[in-house]
Design a protein around this ligand. Sequence first.
Ligand code: EPU
Length: 417
Amino acid sequence: MDKLLIRGGSVLKGEVAMSGAKNAALPILCASLLSADPLELGNVPQLNDISTMLRLLGDMGIGVRHEGDDGLTLDGSGLNNPVASYEMVKTMRASILVLGPLVARCGEARVSLPGGCAIGARPVDQHIKGLQAMGAEVTVEQGYVHARASRLKGARICTDMVTVTGTENLMMAACLADGETIIENAAREPEVVDLANCLVAMGARISGAGTDIIRIQGVEKLHGARHSIMPDRIETGTYLCAAAVTGGDIRLTRTSAAYLDSVVDKLMDAGCEIVVERDAIRLTAPAKLKSVSLRTAPYPAFPTDMQAQFMAMNCVADGVATIRETIFENRFMHVSELMRLGANIQIEGNNAIVRGVDRLEGATVMATDLRASASLIIAGLVASGETLIDRIYHLDRGYERIEQKLAALGASVERVR
Ligand code: EPU
């Protein structure tokens, strides 16, 4: 099993391009289920989660053609098997995103119920409740969600909490429903907006994406379209933290600060200087970072997907920070690993109190999920000596060519067996 060996102490400097957003690409790949015409996509990141989704769509009869490094054409004309097996769903919870589009286009779907994962229980009751409100008959049999509807009907849906993939699933389903669907308490994440833009290019009638009320007028069918995936704001934020912790000076290109306000604000609070360009961001770190407290919440507040990376930064900052996680009940798995490197962190319920220390020291640590592994890299970059991160497959799910990108910025990172 691959591990990542980091020799700490390098100062990150230089320029590197960011990739397309994983969490926008995953639902957009599923949008190909909604039409028999080809969907041409650009800026698709090469990640394990994307390959898994393509395998799942391929099993359902979607034609997949790669075009160059980051292009893909998906052909929905052969869709004939509206099933997502346990084997697929267990490796990637985002597989639930096929549920809405399948019922809408095929009138039926069988999708394995995703279990819990390292960061929490993560139920999908809101996805099911929304489809039921649209007239689908939903049963759960032998671990599979079985949804049927000859044609979904427009409905008013108010989700109990803000859910990103829940909003995306229901928005996709509503595109082919009969009449108007209104999703209240909708997720406002930029990835929801990117999906909506792609669906609109396919002929969907959607308004309000990016606000908490999305209206969708159902249409008879969607057609082919071209769409370029938005830049990955979490990848961007992760590299900014990595540079900040090493006292670096980097410029990230092919990205945008437009969706990173809360993260950029916190980096500036920590003492970093940030220059925002049209398609690039430059960060210059201070000699010593200041601690920054934060609370995760749905967009536009601070993203849970950046919590672990800021925790790592706070480990070596000046002062005491309180980090409150409000989205997932178990997203502090990185804490015990950071402590193996010498961090001083105390957990009290969903708060982590981080007292900055003068130095971290390299050790062998274990990645438990995607963003936890990113936090261990950040800590490893500033730790003295060697940090060996085990179970690096978590990282390959969501960070494209991370060793090459870090190496391009001057880090000493090596994949070892
Ligand atoms: N929830 C329910 N019932 C539901 C749906 C959600 O109780 O039916 C709860 C969840 O358990 C959680 C909260 O609502 O406590 C919010 O979860 P949400 O549904 O928004 O999360 P998600 O859609 O499963 C996406 C991202 C995650 C990201 C979260 C929060 C994708 C593919 N995944 O997950 O990304 O952390 O939104 O922003 O978009 C990552 O990239 O590392 C990652 C985990």
